[in-house]
Design a protein around this ligand. Structure first.
Ligand code: PRP
Length: 205
């Protein structure tokens, strides 16, 4: 029996569809229920930012989460497979026409992804003032809260509609299948079996 942590929303739905394809039966959470029990799997519905925590602490054996979130959180889990879904970028955005000038003192950067941002600027030996926000990041440069943002860009629509543009790409991201290190040893056959099956579904579209 494997416990699988899934992030609420589209990714959970898409992952359950993969399981449906593999096993030929229906996998769906009832209404507001957060646990879905099937003969071989127990699925947990958690917040995207909590998936790696459940897996890291072995409340789940495996999980599905974005690479951006994994990089941001830095929790020690095994990255088993790129599911090639939820493809996006983490990028620096500025008001259209503005240029990224790292020599400017006291640059203010608004982001939800404080660690990725810190790492990016530290690597370039630039000291910046990082302003942690929880959403609607694109607003910050428009009202003078920040000079730039570090945020997720998927279609680019949010930046465009708010008069921002990407000035630098920091990393590419997509959804990954992850595993707890101890589970990977204790339940190796089960984990590798589902890994292979998911890999085949991904490969064949
Ligand atoms: C994410 C991200 C951008 C937007 C990018 O926000 O923070 O705002 O999606 O997508 P796009 O390039 O396709 O427009 P989310 O929907 O998670 O909302 P939030 O930032 O307000 O939490």
């Amino acid at each position: 029996m494997l416990t699988v942590a899934l992030p609420k929303g589209r990714i959970a739905k898409e992952t359950l569809e993969i399981f449906e394809k593999i096993f030929g039966s229906e996998f769906a959470f009832d209404d507001r229920k957060l646990i879905l029990d099937t003969p071989d799997f127990r699925f947990l519905l958690v917040r995207n930012q909590d998936v790696a925590t459940y897996v890291h602490r072995q409340a789940a054996d495996i999980g599905v989460v974005g690479l951006d979130t994994l990089e941001e959180q830095g929790l020690d889990v095994i990255r088993l497979l790129d599911l090639r879904k939820g493809v996006c970028k983490v990028a620096i955005g500025m008001k259209k026409g503005e240029k990224l000038d790292l020599t400017k003192p006291e640059l203010k950067v608004a982001t939800k992804m404080v660690n990725i941002t810190k790492h990016y600027f530290e690597q370039r030996a630039v000291s910046v003032d990082i302003i942690k926000l929880y959403g609607s990041i694109e607003l910050a440069p428009l009202v003078g809260l920040a000079d730039m943002i570090v945020d997720i860009v998927e279609t680019g629509t949010t930046m465009k509609q708010n008069g921002l543009e990407v000035v630098e790409e920091i990393m590419e991201s997509s959804t990954y299948l992850i595993a707890n290190k101890n589970s990977y040893i204790a339940k190796k056959d089960e984990i590798l079996s589902i890994y292979e099956k998911i890999k085949n579904v991904i490969k064949n579209g």
